[in-house]
Design a protein around this ligand. Structure first.
Ligand code: FES
Length: 188
């Protein structure tokens, strides 16, 4: 598919030849660049980007599979002591879930709208966190923390997990934690 994009650029009216060298106009460059980026995204580059992002995060044990009870969240701090999250066994497979049932996930507990506290708001029957006490945003923990109602527009940051034996490790964060310009640089 990348080949097609290059061929098209070489045969449009906006293609110029400067002393035998091919030269794309600014418009062509932007169009071709955007198309290549789209192709790359569909081709699985987000997985690579995710792996690269994970690399710079600390690896921290946050619980064990045998100690988790379905529907009962356990709190932990990651990647800093003031960033509170929950680890929970949902009882249904979830995006980025770990464990035999792919149902163990972890999420930050600060609402992405204006930072409202989501502590003690897990609804086990729906696998959702919320509603936020400030403006009622609710997040679906089976779908990467997607907003299902309320004022928020951004998914809840998901703590990426890995399992080794019975131990569960936090290895990264998907999404920006509220109040941070960079998850690893501290609060803005
Ligand atoms: S701060 Fe949570 S909905 Fe506004």
């Amino acid at each position: 598919m990348k080949e097609k994009i290059v061929i098209k650029a070489e045969h449009t009216a906006e293609h110029h030849d400067h002393g035998g060298r091919a030269c794309m106009s600014r418009r062509q460059f932007l169009l071709a660049g955007g198309a290549v980026m789209a192709v790359a995204a569909i081709g699985g580059v987000p997985g690579l980007a995710q792996a690269a992002a994970v690399k710079s995060y600390p690896r921290q044990k946050v619980g064990s599979l045998s100690a988790l009870k379905q529907g009962v969240p356990v709190e932990f701090a990651y990647p800093f002591p003031d960033v509170q999250n929950i680890l929970v066994k949902l009882g249904t497979p979830a995006g980025a879930g770990v464990g035999a049932g792919k149902d163990v996930v972890a999420f930050n507990q600060q609402c992405t709208h204006m930072g409202g506290p989501l502590q003690a708001s897990y609804k086990a029957q729906h696998q959702m966190l919320g509603p936020c006490p400030l403006h009622l945003t609710t997040f679906d923990l089976t779908k990467h923390g997607m907003v299902v109602s309320g004022h928020g527009t951004e998914s809840l940051p998901q703590i990426l997990l890995e399992v080794k034996g019975d131990d569960i490790y936090a290895v990264g964060v998907l999404g920006l934690i509220y109040g941070y310009a960079d998850n690893l640089a501290g609060r803005a």
